[in-house]
Ligand binder design. Sequence first.
Ligand code: PMP
Length: 393
Amino acid sequence: MITHRSLFLRHLAQTSDAPLALEIEKASGIYLYTAEGKSILDLISGIAVSNIGHCHPAVVKAVQQQSETYMHLMVYGELIQSPQVLLAEALCKTLPSVMDRVYFVNSGSEAVEGALKLAKRYTGRRNLISCYNAYHGSSHGSLSMMGNEFFKQAFRPLLPGVSHIRFGAVDDLHLINEQTAAVIIEPIQGEAGVVMADVSYFHALSKRCKETGCLLIFDEIQSGFGRSGSFWYFEQLGITPDILVCAKGMGGGMPIGAFISSNDIMQTLTHDPFLGHITTFGGHPVSCAASLATLKTILSDELSLKARVKGEAFRKRLTHPAIVEIRGIGLMMAIELGDANLVQKTIAKALEKGLLTDWFLFKDTALRLAPPLTITEEEIEKACTILLESLSE
Ligand code: PMP
């Protein structure tokens, strides 16, 4: 019998031998609803995407209105499209005034690609630095910046001139020099298993970048859009990057990304060569409309601030002998169990009980905790009960 499941397995390119392969019929708020009639509490938000929940009414309305008005019109950068300009303005209002130019793309990897090209073009330098255990995407350029050999080695040759420093290690900052075009860093490392560094490290990093004339790129693709307890995590660090990249939660469920910088840096894409970065679909009007609705919802409902309180509520409830530590801030957290088998068992048990969680690409001993920021007190209580029961069984 032909089923959606059999078609999924036969015709969709697979990326592992063990896909979740749940058939989802509908998603709303923090719940996914399966074809078998089960409701599943989503504790990972499609990997830090559904920050305001699935199918938020403001996003649905924006998508409906914009798709009835116009969709794709022309390649990026030529025509004035109100969803793009209003979103760019709203984004810039969340940022220090020097960051006043937004380049819209379709995804996180593409935002990273644009940022790397921009840094090379602006500095005239070729070398790039990222951190060990960094995840910046899966395209050739962004994969080059990944700090993990296992996932990279089969795809070489990648970009030349790339080296890595240890996240949080001031001792490695001397490796940044006058040949470095940019350092790209996740201010909270996501796929490494939610790893944070001292505020003083970021000040030293920013100082070293300024001394050597290289650009500092912050990848806030996971930490941005309210997840860390402020709209951008870097607000909590007291430094400003030269280029900021964002995606994921930005679209409220629609695909969109951006790299953002100052006019001084960004204008280099307009000459030698002109059209220094081109995208057909970047800044798609429907995605921009969805993103603007998302941004407004996060600000008006004070979801960043609430993420802090809700993160604390999780921490308070999640005490169990198997939990070694809980890392992270706001609603970007990792529950460290120190045991990859236990992680897999807990994920399976939790799913049986109607809760979706996950592990991390470079950290299989921890559970991912990244629920929609709209999760309620009662839903946190329910999620923690399921997690604790799953750990105990
Ligand atoms: N940077 C970070 C920090 C990410 O977490 C991701 C996605 N996991 C990316 C970049 C790449 O984004 P995308 O999958 O949209 O290309």
